[in-house]
Design a protein around this ligand. Structure first.
Ligand code: KG4
Ligand code: ZN
Length: 359
């Protein structure tokens, strides 16, 4: 089956052709038109600019995706589109384009939840499609949530942030220490330097960090965003506010901020909180494998730490390669396939929605 999928929920327009055969997915094309350079000027995504950029990009990237796959529209068996959650104007571009294309060419259409899409990015990796039930972390610019999948379409949220998302917090704090938007990747690299500075090691530095003098420095104390209860919930706004106060204290005292050590400390608290709650989720759901997805799944420290947690729980871990962690059409195709199997077809009345659907 040849699937043509669209993603336009935030600041990346993507069209992708994915083939499903012999129980696996093969990406034939995954064209992504990123708007980050445009939004960087404003320090974050400007919704109206995003919608306009999606409109400008979507036709040409669809041609490109089909051309790269060596297929025409008549070869497409299914159209899938990200329909929620996200920026409403941005989502509407993909939804209307996909609808027009599917209806006029009489191709079945399915709507995909963007978060189910992120989770499905782990179905595209080489070691095969994980089997439900599994636990999934979606960590992105807008989400920090833990899900339990009973099947590929029956996915329930079992924990979430009560306020800010982890990616959003990296972006905001990163911006305050001079890392351009989106700050996640720069934050990751700067933290690595901080861990090395704190431990004097350039291998296994993360494990040694807790014993270092830098970690014990009272000036650098930050709270854990893991809620101290039996829930699987987080509060990233508490960590963010404490970090802002810390930055102000350095500024007021006229002391230069040790940027790398600060970034390392922030990353440590963010990653350890996620590791703690994922560990709890895996213990509560014995035998479930772990999927780690979303833009923040590209974080090198998070990837390493969650691999340790999965190993400790003796379960498999499925993390997409860095190139599939951010928003892309291929993940929407993979998730769309299971909506199709489930008979969840969309019609010409399909609408986009800004809201989450998996509560
Ligand atoms: O999933 P995504 O592409 O878009 C949303 O659906 O939000 O995630 C984007 C987020 C941004 O906040 C970005 O800073 C973050 O992912 N990100 C990272 C890394 N690479 C991207 N965060 C931490 N470490 C990274 N290496
Ligand atoms: Zn996303």
């Amino acid at each position: 089956m040849n699937i043509l999928a669209f993603e336009s929920s935030c600041d990346e327009t993507s069209a992708s052709v994915v083939v499903r055969e012999d129980d696996r997915f093969t990406i034939k094309s995954n064209v992504i038109a990123s708007q980050v350079d445009t939004h960087r000027l404003y320090g974050g995504v400007v919704p109206e600019i995003a919608s306009r950029a999606h409109i400008e990009a979507i036709s040409s990237i669809t041609y490109e995706a089909l051309k790269e796959a060596g297929l025409g529209l008549s070869d497409i068996d299914l159209v899938a589109v990200s329909a929620n959650p996200g920026l409403i104007g941005a989502l509407l571009v993909g939804v209307n384009f996909a609808k027009a294309l599917a209806v006029s060419n009489k191709i079945p259409l399915v709507a995909v939840d963007h978060i189910k899409g992120h989770i499905a990015s782990a179905y595209l990796i080489e070691n095969g499609v994980p089997k439900p039930p599994f636990i999934a972390l979606a960590a992105s610019g807008g989400h920090t949530a833990i899900y339990k999948a009973e099947s590929y379409t029956d996915i329930k949220m079992i924990g979430t942030t009560r306020d800010d998302a982890i990616g959003e917090s990296f972006d905001k704090i990163g911006r305050m220490i001079g890392i351009p938007y989106p700050a996640g990747r720069g934050f990751d690299e700067l933290s690595r330097l901080g861990f090395i500075e704190a431990t004097g090691k350039d291998e296994d530095f993360y494990a040694a960090y807790k014993k270092s003098a830098a970690y014990k420095n009272p000036e650098m104390t930050l709270p854990s965003p893991a809620l101290r209860d039996s829930s699987l919930d987080f509060s990233f706004s508490g960590l963010k506010t404490a970090a802002i106060n810390l930055l102000h204290r350095y500024e007021q005292k006229g002391i230069e901020l040790p940027r790398a050590l600060f970034a390392a400390r922030y990353t440590f608290e963010a990653v350890e909180a996620v590791a703690l709650k994922i560990d709890m989720a895996l213990r509560e759901n014995p035998g479930c494998d772990l999927i780690v997805a979303g833009g923040v799944a590209a974080n090198s420290h998070l990837r390493k730490r969650l691999a340790e947690i999965a190993e400790r729980n003796r379960v498999g871990i499925f993390i997409p390669p860095i190139g599939l962690c951010g928003d892309n059409g291929a993940m929407i195709a993979a998730a769309g396939y299971y909506e199709y199997l489930n008979g969840n077809f969309a019609g010409s009345d399909l609408n986009a929605s800004a809201a989450d659907s998996m509560f």
